[in-house]
Design a protein around this ligand. Structure first.
Ligand SMILES: [Zn+2]
Length: 288
């Protein structure tokens, strides 16, 4: 018998056109067909999907699943087809700067350029190293290397939603919106003031766009510390998401710091078996 609580799954970007598989980061992008495959596996294994707005009253079978998507890619629109088919509500996290400035994330710029020059393994390792630098430094390096306009989207692939798209998306009954940050700065590298700016800037923006209050936050790269949790609590966030894997225990949901550092299982799992449906099957079997 599973312990009472819920699991959260984290996805990022989606594509409908199979030809995009070769053009996109395999640990960030899955096809719409694969998303549906993952949902079917979970349903077949007796899982129930949680409504993000009702996390507090999760019945805690241990087979409850919350579906989340980070970063606010335009292509998350495709998810609606599958969510509508199975009547699942999901939680989508946004970065203010990408939406307002309509610019690509640095890892998209790096991936699309560098993958033409070397193997995915190299690109992946290099990106892990780059992540350690301040975002502004990475961005200026990439502009120097790939041109001033390298952050401008040239088509729908990789791009963030526009403000209007986000407004329409957020109004969909199966969509719940959460804060990711103002600029996807890694919060554990920031001063308290910067953490406040990253969280509050995005929260205000999204609350204006959606005309509602937003109790959800996911920390960029999943990174957090006590100060990050304290600022999130001060700003009125109720639910915070990391990328530590595992079950969120129902009996601890009453503790604020626990609620602000919830666990999420990232898919695809970054390993050589790049079959996300099989990975979710393994997850479902481990949690029987
Ligand atoms: Zn992110």
């Amino acid at each position: 018998m599973s312990e009472p609580g819920f699991h959260t799954l984290l996805f990022h970007a989606l594509y409908k056109d199979e030809s995009h598989r070769e053009m996109t980061h395999p640990f960030l992008y899955i096809s719409l067909e694969e998303l549906e495959g993952c949902i079917k596996v979970l349903l077949d294994n007796g899982y129930t999907f949680l409504d993000p707005a009702e996390l507090g009253s999760c019945n805690g079978s241990g087979k409850d699943i919350l579906l989340t998507f980070d970063d606010g890619y335009y292509d998350n629109y495709h998810a609606l087809e599958v969510l509508e088919k199975y009547s699942i509500r999901a939680l989508f996290f946004y970065v203010k700067q990408q939406i307002v400035e309509q610019k690509l994330f640095w890892w998209e710029v790096y991936f699309r350029n560098r993958i033409t020059e070397t193997s995915f393994r190299d690109v992946y390792e290099e990106m892990q190293e780059l992540k350690k630098l301040p975002r502004a430094r990475i961005e200026s390096m990439l502009k120097e290397r790939y041109g001033e306009d390298c952050f401008e989207p040239d088509d729908d692939l990789n791009r963030p939603m526009t403000v209007d798209e986000l407004k329409r998306f957020a109004a969909h009954p199966l969509v719940e919106i959460g804060v990711h940050s103002a600029s996807h700065e890694i919060l554990t590298n920031c001063t308290r003031e910067e953490v406040l700016h990253e969280m509050e800037g995005c929260k205000r923006f999204l609350e204006e766009v959606t005309e509602g209050s937003i109790p959800f936050i996911s920390y960029p790269n999943g990174d957090f510390n006590d100060e990050v949790l304290a600022v999130a609590g001060d700003l009125g966030f109720e639910w915070g998401f990391t990328t530590l894997p595992g079950l969120n225990r129902r009996k601890r949901l009453g503790e604020r710091s626990y609620r602000l550092s919830l666990r999420r299982n990232v898919f695809p799992v970054p390993n050589d078996d790049n079959n996300v449906v099989r990975q979710v099957e393994i997850f479902a079997e481990q949690n029987r």
